[in-house]
Design a protein around this ligand. Structure first.
Ligand code: ATP
Ligand code: MG
Length: 260
């Protein structure tokens, strides 16, 4: 199958230690070529763990992940991960960070510059190319991380709460940009968020996780054309469904975390 295929994946952290932590259990999820899937779930239910496995940064304890039919065993620029906390190389300027992967790919300096400048403008950092990450706000750093991932023309973008640190207006704008990029690129997206509104604005399909160990509780297909009016009766109805599904799991997660 083209796209991403996650089959019966389980992940136990510290499996041999005194306190093994099952993060996800028997998870099966396909993300088709060009599909936009959003994961919603309570804190600590294994969403980031799953993205690390799909990115090839961690091994699953059992189960299988394939991309375009081939097993995922290591990270690849085809599967770019944008971390929950923006991670840029602190010693490089923003421009050098965004162009880093392109230099490895052997692009000429001119090709690199044109692409990097276009990406920086797109994420609203046209004037910040020469700054270092520690001179930027958290939101600017996260946008630079997005530009860096996009520079590699990934086939699937794995995004772990990419906009959580952004103010609400910047966030809405970044969501619009992301939709444009996604539609133009034909890439698949697997994005984690805690925001039901974000999920509804972006997703073809919303996958709601249970409390840890994460399993799929429900899948909700969102058919409405984009851009979506989140105040329409149809969207309000979907938002209520997501809220109800999540609320149960958040309660369970809180109870469990209190016992830690
Ligand atoms: N490297 C690790 N070593 C040990 N345990 C870990 C590790 N990473 C995560 N865990 C544990 O696995 C569980 C799932 O964590 P994970 O970060 O995947 O959750 P999450 O759904 O992304 O949560 P959040 O929404 O808060 O980001 C948690 O109980 C966490 O403590
Ligand atoms: Mg997480």
């Amino acid at each position: 199958m083209l796209g991403l295929s996650i089959t019966n994946v389980s992940k136990v952290w510290n499996p041999k230690g005194p306190n093994p932590v099952p993060a996800v259990t028997n998870l099966t999820l396909d993300v088709a070529l060009g599909e936009f899937v959003v994961l919603l779930g309570p804190s600590g239910c294994g969403k980031s763990s799953l993205l690390y496995i799909v990115a090839g940064l961690e091994d699953a304890t059992s189960g299988k992940v394939t991309f375009d039919g081939l097993p995922v065993t290591q990270p690849s620029p085809e599967r770019s991960l944008i971390f929950q906390e923006a991670s840029l190389f602190p010693w490089l300027s923003v421009r050098e960070n965004v162009g880093f992967g392109l230099s490895i790919r052997g692009k000429t300096p001119l090709e690199r510059k044109e692409k990097v400048d276009a990406l920086l403008r797109m994420v609203g950092l046209g004037g910040a190319g020469d700054r270092r990450p520690d001179e930027l706000s958290g939101g600017m750093r996260q946008r630079a991380a997005l530009a860096r991932a996009l520079a590699m023309d990934p086939k699937v973008l794995l995004m772990d709460e990419p906009f959580a640190a952004l103010d609400i207006q910047t966030r809405a704008r970044m969501q619009d940009h992301l939709l444009q990029i996604w539609q133009a690129s034909g890439a698949s997206v697997l994005l984690v968020t805690h925001s039901i509104d974000e999920a509804l604005a972006l997703a073809d399909r919303i996958v709601v996780f249970t409390a840890r160990p994460g399993q799929i509780k429900a899948e909700i297909t969102v058919d409405a054309p984009r851009p979506r009016d989140l105040r329409s009766p149809e969207m309000i109805d979907l938002a209520r469904r997501c809220e109800a599904l999540l609320a149960e799991e958040v309660t369970k997660a809180f109870k469990e975390q209190e016992l830690l």
